[in-house]
Design a protein around this ligand. Sequence first.
Ligand SMILES: Cc1cc2nc3c(=O)[nH]c(=O)nc-3n(C[C@H](O)[C@H](O)[C@H](O)COP(=O)(O)OP(=O)(O)OC[C@H]3O[C@@H](n4cnc5c(N)ncnc54)[C@H](O)[C@@H]3O)c2cc1C
Length: 393
Amino acid sequence: MVRRGRVAVVGGSLGGLTAALLLRDSGHDVIVYERSAAELEQRGAGIGFLPASSRYLAERAGVDLDEISISTKYIRYLDRQGLVIHEQKQPYRFSNWNTVYRSLLRRFDRERYLLGHECVDIHQEHGKVQIMLADGKETEVDLLVCADGVGSRARSCLLPQVKPQYAGYVAWRGVVSEQELGEDAVPFGDAITYHVYANSHILVYPIPGIDGSVRRGDRLINFVWYRNYLLGGDLIDLMTDSDNELHEVSLPPGTPRPVHIDEMRATAAARLPERIARAVLAVKAPFVQAIFDLEVPQMSFGRVCLLGDAAFVVRPHAAAGTAKAASDAWELARALAEHPDFESALRAWEPGQLELGRNLLARTRRIGRRSQVDCNWTPGDPELIFGLYEPGR
Ligand SMILES: Cc1cc2nc3c(=O)[nH]c(=O)nc-3n(C[C@H](O)[C@H](O)[C@H](O)COP(=O)(O)OP(=O)(O)OC[C@H]3O[C@@H](n4cnc5c(N)ncnc54)[C@H](O)[C@@H]3O)c2cc1C
């Protein structure tokens, strides 16, 4: 086992927090540097809650998953008229980003979770890692875990040639409370509901309320609608907010321009099954996430490693991005427990996580291509089942 040391985690979202908790549990002295000045918030965005994502909370924190997530029983496809054209039994769990984040953060030492700390540069020398922060301070650690997401600063220092590649489409997303939707919410309560049409698909599922409540009525109905926007003017126009600021990755609630919201709503009304359209139209503050692919050739660099979206960004069609970040963290903790020093632990950890990222990226690219380009997505195809390692697992 690696001697216990001082570890920094850059990025305090779901991947970084899971790594911080696991390494803290192994006895390391862990500090998290999070760029955001305030606690992170994603205003209720839903996530498919795969076993790897919930593993820390279930195994280490004794959390009853039914208290922080919702189980659905079916996958259901609707045709344009709203008739069920395919239904199969397939249990899934869904949670919302805020609930999972808060549940993890509650288990970490708050004085070691430093908000408003942006890492701007890193160096390695004499078996130590130096981290430069935006406020000019420097700190030195034995191991640096970079979980700073798709725009990772650490990755641009280590692998400047690697850049995210736009997939050709974005996800329009939003939530509306069951209470507000009333009777219209009922059909979405026990399933993930899909509608697939030419070069697009939308999915709808229930998630806990903003306050984390899983009680019927308090919950939210969440939609994710994949729509194609051409790289260049089309995408730039969408991603430019009312203050004329261009957002590269996501437009948070309240920032998409009215012209785009109006277009999205008009298309929903004209093109989606009425039941789904009513849910989309009831969403007050829809938001947008552009879909990217990102792949690194290397995840370990001496005593520095890239984890989660900093290393591989995969399309959301397997609902496995968070699960992959969590798996990177669990395997890292295992490697540190099994190897005599930080460098050899990272070297041993890297191949399995590279393989996981590559396989997941290839699978989600295939699924995305079938929906958004080739239009041969068939309801009931087992490849479309969520899963980290393979469909269903
Ligand atoms: C439409 C959509 C739907 C999705 N659905 C699912 C799903 O159902 N299930 C699922 O598992 N995943 C899903 N994902 C993927 C999931 O959101 C990501 O894979 C996951 O959040 C990655 O976590 P992360 O911790 O690696 O990075 P991030 O969550 O991106 O966190 C990076 C953190 O680093 C911080 N940071 C950035 N730069 C710096 C810096 N220089 N210094 C300090 N801090 C910094 C940021 O503020 C942020 O807090 C979805 C993604 C999209 C786009």
